[in-house]
Design a protein around this ligand. Structure first.
Ligand SMILES: [Zn+2]
Length: 503
């Protein structure tokens, strides 16, 4: 029969293992290999407890911090996103800011998750106390346990070499963290490497004295299936519908990823930073570059997009964290004034990037009260969908305003609107709201891609525009080639076949 001490130790060692198995069974993500290896790891961890009962307290705390806490984090992640923690989850944690984190926490705090967290924490903490109180004094170690000690060491070393999927959770999180640090080093290297970057000859094929103002609007979390311009049942884009005949609406465009950072570090560069990026390219082409953003900029080291944005001739980040906005709200209309200032700038060739906060959750914080157009709150789901649709309607107004302001300039210009990625607003039954690579669904990638052209642009490029195919399937990781081709520039870096405008 098991002694009191041994019984408690076995229970203590297997509780995090069982917790993870149960949640994986529930979410249907349990593999046999994972269960078998985790079981062995748990078994091996009994050895120090029975070999050195004197150090019970130390082992208990050691095991608690190394297995219980990471398991808690992991199973919460699985509970929320049906997927393991990886580098993307860590990046989202480390490259976010306080207000975004606050909003994220608010959006996951529902009774279901809170009760789950409460139950798991209670079990974990009771188990810790129960083990600390166990009676290890009378427990005698047998000599053959020493052999088991050797096994323990071999097991620990071996567990570092097994495939990531089967690694104990603590080892996996440590590994993902080291990837993350590597990537940060990579960013620093990129900043240094692009200082002396040269593109060679960049040819402007539009040989005219007309002033040029090109605008690229990067949206946020806009799922095209929620735009009436794309056939959505609710009239979420009444203003763009009004000028529909002036717009070229591409209807088969997807993002390559479903997180802002992952998308933009590809779409705004030639594959990666060391190959050059959109801002340095347009600077080299003689354009004055503007970056106007409503996305938080925590500093060049904190966020890879800031590297591109801040290197513009003029950069304006209006979202300065929650302290300067009210209630975590910083509406996109605050971009309109710096946009007008950029338009007023006297440079003959300009490209202006506008980075919206768009429909980033929490949706109801993305629009002012007068945009509360859809009010179906009959269920929680319908309420959130209504709030999301209101944020789309607000973006419709922002885009309309941007186009009107640009139109008034009466110069050679285009405005390209493309969302970074989409959003699943319960479009797929059972999917949580959001955009998460762990539960990737089509709506997280199906994005709007809309072009407005000024009459002067059209008259000079009628043949080029005539050949566009709005049904072309296109992935925005190659967006930079489309932007350059739309600007009618030529350079060795430009691969026309990677552009959406090349049929
Ligand atoms: Zn995004």
């Amino acid at each position: 029969m098991l002694s009191n001490y041994l019984f408690r130790i076995v229970a203590f060692v297997f509780i995090p293992f069982l917790a993870e198995v149960i949640i994986r069974l529930w979410q249907n993500t349990l593999s046999f290999n994972f269960a078998a290896i985790s079981f062995c790891v748990a078994l091996i961890n009994i050895i120090p407890f029975i070999s050195f009962p004197k150090f019970k307290k130390f082992w208990t705390w050691f095991y608690f911090s190394l297995f219980y806490i990471p398991t808690l984090v992991e199973i919460c992640h699985i509970f929320l996103f049906v997927g393991d923690i990886g580098i993307l989850a860590l990046k989202a944690v480390f490259e976010t800011n306080i207000s975004e984190a606050e909003e994220f926490i608010k959006s996951i705090l529902n009774w279901k998750f809170c009760s789950f967290l409460f139950v798991v924490c209670s079990i974990f903490v009771s188990s810790l106390i129960w083990t600390l109180r166990s009676d290890s004094e009378k427990f005698k170690m047998k000599s053959w346990y020493k052999f088991l000690m050797i096994l323990f060491v071999i097991g620990l070393v071996a567990s570092c070499f097994v495939h990531d999927k089967y690694k104990p959770v603590a080892a996996r999180i440590i590994k993902a963290f080291s990837y993350y640090l590597d990537e940060k080093d990579f960013i620093i290297e990129c900043i240094n490497s692009r200082k002396n970057f040269s593109y060679g000859n960049i040819l402007d094929t539009l040989k005219t004295d007309e002033r040029k103002t090109y605008v690229v609007v990067i949206g946020e979390s806009a799922n095209r299936n929620h735009l009436s311009l794309y056939g959505y049942k609710r009239n979420t884009t009444p203003l763009l519908n009004q000028i529909k005949n002036e717009l070229i609406v591409f209807n088969n465009v997807v993002s390559a990823h479903c997180q802002t950072l992952e998308v933009l570090k590809e779409s705004l560069t030639f594959g990666n930073f060391s190959n050059g990026d959109v801002i340095s390219f347009f600077k080299a082409a003689g354009f004055k570059t503007f970056w106007i953003s409503n996305q938080f900029n925590g500093g060049r080291w904190d966020n890879i997009i800031a590297i591109v944005g801040q290197s513009s001739d003029v950069s304006k980040f209006i979202n300065q964290s929650d302290t300067q906005s009210t209630n975590g709200q910083c509406f996109d209309e605050l971009l309109l004034e710096p946009f007008q200032n950029a338009l007023n700038d006297s440079a003959p060739k300009k490209i202006i990037f506008v980075h919206l906060l768009g429909s980033h959750s929490i949706y109801k914080n993305r629009y002012p009260d007068n945009f509360e157009i859809f009010k179906d709150h009959s269920t929680k789901n319908l309420q959130i969908i209504s709030e999301y649709d209101n944020s789309i309607a607000y973006t419709d107004w922002i885009l309309f305003e941007l186009i009107q302001k640009l139109r008034k300039q009466n110069v050679l210009s285009f405005l390209l609107y493309v969302s970074d990625h989409g959003e699943d607003v319960r479009d797929i039954p059972g999917c949580t709201f959001f955009h998460s690579p762990d539960v990737a669904t089509p709506p997280m990638f199906e994005i709007p891609f809309i072009v407005w052209l000024s009459p002067k642009y059209l008259s000079l490029n009628s043949q080029f525009v005539k050949n566009w195919n709005v049904n072309k399937f296109y992935k925005t990781d190659k967006l930079i080639h489309s932007i350059i081709q739309l600007s009618r520039l030529k350079n060795d870096k430009l691969k026309e076949k990677e552009s959406i405008f090349e049929d």
